[in-house]
Design a protein around this ligand. Structure first.
Ligand SMILES: [Zn+2]
Length: 346
């Protein structure tokens, strides 16, 4: 019942099979990753160039954690900016050049950047160290929703504690790649993970303050499964796990009924996903005499504007937790857990 996009997942998995080009089931995802690794021969690579290390990353969430860990030893170039959807992103010619000129590359993995897989394999074959930050994560921390059988949900950053494990992985990988900086990477990661721990506790507290009856998160696409698990709020999404699958009329109708039946006060739009489905849901509910409002815009697969607090991983999660809690009747400070958040009316 929690996922209305369940049938849509099948189409996506089919598409994934084509991309990966090997049999079905769990092994395929891992096999693709291992092939990219084998091609790269990256385990043995160590940095021998001049500092700063040129690190190329994909979406903002990875860019930010790598920046935090690398500090001044690395120049981190993120390929995907504000509002960019990683599920649909195809590398440009310029991106390929950046990747070829990189000393080391980090991406999320778990097929999030599905249309970049071929490029990672190609760049890896040329000897570049290419790493997925989720590669060594404890499988117990990953979600494998039934409609996505054999594949883990890639939106790991939505659970701060799980994402913190990816920070540790980045530190370990950089320390191996650049042993001279090992202490710096470990210390940067330790300090950053302390902040993440505070953020995680904050999110648990404010989401937990929403009255149980209305504690449901309705969003455009199913990016909040980890958030749901970590912070105890059921989620409903119009679209499936990847934005590659289109939401059907049935999905919208079912969601409208759910909102009307449960008198859900607010639903949310996402910065990297079209709001047209959410608009259809609001109109559908209005026809049945139930007014549901937009509770705010959430950052799902992309962060806010670069240079702003919302353009950092901390700010992104703080914004989401605070916005959701406040719109659904919970208690959260207007400026979030560290007082840096831009209030909604500004
Ligand atoms: Zn997504």
């Amino acid at each position: 019942m929690r996922n209305l996009g369940s049938f849509k997942g099948i189409g996506l998995i089919g598409a994934l099979m084509l991309v990966i080009g090997v049999g079905c089931g769990k092994a395929s995802n891992e096999a693709a990753g291992k092939r990219a690794q084998a091609a790269a021969g990256s385990a043995a690579a160590t940095f021998a160039g001049g500092y700063p290390i040129r690190v190329v990353t994909t979406c903002g969430m990875v860019t930010d954690i790598v920046r935090q860990v690398a500090g001044e030893r690395g120049e981190v170039i993120g390929l995907m900016g504000e509002g960019v959807d990683p599920h649909l992103y195809k590398p440009t010619r310029n991106d390929v050049r950046e990747l070829l000129e990189a000393d080391i590359i980090f991406y999320v993995g778990l097929m999030l950047e599905g249309r970049m897989t071929d490029t990672f394999v190609r760049v890896g074959r040329q000897g570049k160290p290419v790493f997925s930050v989720t590669e060594e994560i404890d499988p117990a921390l990953l979600r494998e929703p039934p409609e996505f059988e054999g594949h883990a949900d890639p939106h790991v950053w939505m659970d701060v504690a799980a994402w913190s494990e990816c920070v540790a992985m980045v530190a370990k990988t950089l320390a191996r790649f650049d042993p001279a900086g090992a202490t710096v990477y470990e210390e940067n990661a330790r300090a950053y993970r302390e902040e993440l721990k505070t953020l995680d506790e904050y999110a648990k507290r404010v989401i937990g303050s929403i009255p149980e009856q209305g504690r449901v998160l309705v969003t455009a696409h199913d990016a909040f499964g980890y958030f749901s698990r970590a912070y105890g709020i059921p989620v409903k999404a119009v679209q499936g796990i990847s934005t590659e699958s289109e939401a059907g009329v049935d999905d919208v109708v079912r969601l409208v009924q759910y909102i009307v039946d449960n008198q859900i006060k607010a639903i949310f739009v996402e910065s990297s996903v079209s709001g047209k489905n959410i608009q259809a849901v609001i109109e559908g509910a209005a026809k049945q005499g139930w007014e549901v409002r937009i509770g705010g815009e959430l950052y799902s697969d992309a962060m806010g504007q670069a240079g702003t607090y919302e353009g950092t991983y901390l700010g992104m999660i703080d914004h989401n937790a605070t916005t959701i809690a406040r719109a659904l009747g919970g208690t959260a400070p207007e400026r979030g857990f560290s007082g840096k958040l831009t209030p909604a009316h500004e």
